[in-house]
Design a protein around this ligand. Structure first.
Ligand SMILES: *[C@@H]1O[C@H](CO)[C@@H](O)[C@H](O)[C@H]1NC(C)=O
Ligand SMILES: *[C@@H]1O[C@H](CO)[C@@H](O)[C@H](O)[C@H]1NC(C)=O
Ligand SMILES: *[C@@H]1O[C@H](CO)[C@@H](O)[C@H](O)[C@H]1NC(C)=O
Length: 281
């Protein structure tokens, strides 16, 4: 399972082997393994807020590639075609996480916005503490952008069309209790101990069952409730690519970086959803 602190953490099941170093290693993942469950804590010391940045993305490219190359990856159902070279790295990474034959569970104990929340939605399940420190959101529209890695599309599968428009177009944060009620996350727990106890038991139970049934079930669920790869690619390339190049978006990015003191701990970074409007006055 992936476990997240400030801007994140998730991944489940099976072993790590010594990995071929195709991407540079930054040591942002703390990985332990027990009885068929791989526990990955995202602890990005390159960022004071544990951002889901290039360091984490590079490191995540490895354990999940190892998972994907395990035995039993053959699904009894046809799967979508992976590995489209048109996909940008983070989009390909998140897509590949959805393709894993193993179950993936995200554990959330902090903020996860933008690609952080897209990463959570690329996992099969999401669990959080019902704490004020948990806030989720896709706030790209406040920058003049769309969520580039399928965020709005995944979300509309989870919480429906109307609520997706409400939260994403308004770039609002959602708290864990409301997120549970809407289906954005599976469940919110009163305490971190209850959260961990539940998720560990769930992962251990799934790990008891034959891998082929897990992979086959995932392929079927993906086929009916995951956005199509070509739609994600089109959305990423044709929309965010063009928008991100505009002067107004670049100016707003600069403004946001300055106002958050380069994305470090502070009111705007912690409460982006609440305080965003101050950037427009
Ligand atoms: C993250 O890593 C740093 C540096 O190794 C360590 O001091 C800190 O305790 C870690 N945080 C968590 C929550 O594991
Ligand atoms: C902003 O923070 C990042 C680490 O998150 C660092 O790599 C970068 O150099 C910083 N930029 C400025 C302008 O301080
Ligand atoms: C995702 O998987 C495809 C197919 O195995 C591979 O070509 C691609 O490099 C992977 N993407 C990343 C970011 O690891």
């Amino acid at each position: 399972m992936f476990h997240s602190l400030l801007q994140l953490s998730c991944l489940a099941l099976l072993g790590l082997s010594a990995s071929a170093a195709r991407y540079p290693s930054f040591g942002t993942l703390q990985i332990t393994k027990s009885s068929g469950v791989l526990n990955v804590v995202i602890n990005n010391t390159y960022s004071s807020i544990n951002l889901f940045d290039l360091h984490v993305q590079s490191d995540l490219g490895k354990p999940h590639r190892n998972l994907a190359s395990q035995r039993h990856r053959q699904s009894p159902l046809p799967s979508l075609n992976p590995g489209n070279p048109n996909m940008a790295f983070p989009i390909s990474l998140l897509w590949n996480i959805t393709q894993l034959p193993q179950a993936t569970i995200a554990v959330i104990e902090g903020r996860a916005r933008g690609i952080g929340n897209e990463f959570l939605m690329s996992c099969d399940m999401r669990f959080a503490t019902a704490s004020p420190s948990v806030l989720l959101g896709q706030f790209e529209p406040s920058f003049g952008l769309n969520p580039g890695a399928g965020g709005a599309m995944y979300l509309s599968q989870l919480i429906g069309r109307g609520r997706t428009f409400e939260y994403v177009l308004a770039s609002k944060d959602i708290d864990a209790v409301t997120a549970e009620r809407y289906g954005w996350i599976n469940k919110a727990f009163r305490t971190s101990a209850e959260l961990k106890k539940y998720v560990h038991a769930l992962a251990a139970r799934i790990a008891l069952f034959p891998a082929a049934g897990i992979a086959g079930t995932k392929a079927g669920i993906n086929a009916v409730s995951r956005p199509a790869m070509d739609v994600i690619i089109q959305d990423a390339q044709n929309i965010i690519g063009a928008l991100a190049a505009t002067q107004s978006v670049q100016d707003f990015e600069k403004k946001f970086i300055a106002a958050t003191n380069n994305q470090s701990i502070g009111e705007l970074e912690l409460n982006t959803g609440r305080d965003l409007e101050t950037l427009f006055t």
